[in-house]
Design a protein around this ligand. Sequence first.
Ligand SMILES: NC(=O)c1ccc[n+]([C@@H]2O[C@H](COP(=O)([O-])OP(=O)(O)OC[C@H]3O[C@@H](n4cnc5c(N)ncnc54)[C@H](O)[C@@H]3O)[C@@H](O)[C@H]2O)c1
Length: 265
Amino acid sequence: MAENGALAGRRAIVTGGAQGLGEAISERLAAEGGSVAICDIQGDACEELSTRLATTYGVDTVGASVDVTREDQVAGFFDRVAEGFGGLDLLVANAGVLRAHAIEEFPVDDWRLTMEVNLTGYMLAAKHAARHMIPSARGAIVQINSKSGKKGSFRNSAYAASKFGGIGLTQSIALELAPHGIRVNSVCPGNLLDSPLWVNSLYEQYSKRLGISPEEVRKKYEDQVPLGRGCSYDDVTNVVVFLASDQASYMTGQAINVTGGQEMR
Ligand SMILES: NC(=O)c1ccc[n+]([C@@H]2O[C@H](COP(=O)([O-])OP(=O)(O)OC[C@H]3O[C@@H](n4cnc5c(N)ncnc54)[C@H](O)[C@@H]3O)[C@@H](O)[C@H]2O)c1
């Protein structure tokens, strides 16, 4: 076990941890010596990941099916984890969905789903994490936001609105929880060009819409980044570990861009 890891002995919950960035965050927390509870609507994948991380890193893990929009499921899982781990030090609120449409044809059900998962799901996770952190007067909450939480996103209004809202929630609960020794911050990644979201869906969609090849789509998005490449999982997990650690003990209410210079505010 990584006894000297930056998060040795810390007890964490990651939402939306079954795949993509959430899986990479769960693995990085385990590699840093943390106990990790992984939840997602894909329960089987969480259980498999949890078993793999326990074997590889020798840390306590648990994986389960949880829909972050269902308060009973969130509350029940967080209670079970806090009891099993003996407390809770870190929440990474990562679960998210993206439904993109032009505004004049946006199906309201897709709008509501985006708000429910990205904003209400973050609120419910933060609420039940805070309930377990307040008694020990310490803890860190890190929300995975997006550069779309800082700047409008073309034909992607629900996602951007939900992420802008997430920053408002981060700033507000940072004020509320500061007296309890709990820090709350957001991380705003740029485009994760190797993530399932891009590989399984966006390259094809943009390729069709723009009439160019998937390779040209990738190049187009890389060219928008001053540092000339897409965002990697390591780029994001480095900042998550920092914000979760005592190195960031004077930081709360922040929304940190990890965009290769694409977003600067
Ligand atoms: N991929 C990118 O380019 C990118 C860029 C910036 C920010 N982000 C953010 O990173 C986070 C992770 O995105 P990703 O790219 O890994 O996407 P992803 O779709 O691969 O992973 C999201 C995970 O959330 C889970 N999820 C969806 N609805 C849920 C619910 N109701 N309850 C619990 N889990 C649920 C999914 O099952 C999935 O495992 C999201 O918050 C996303 O907005 C992604």
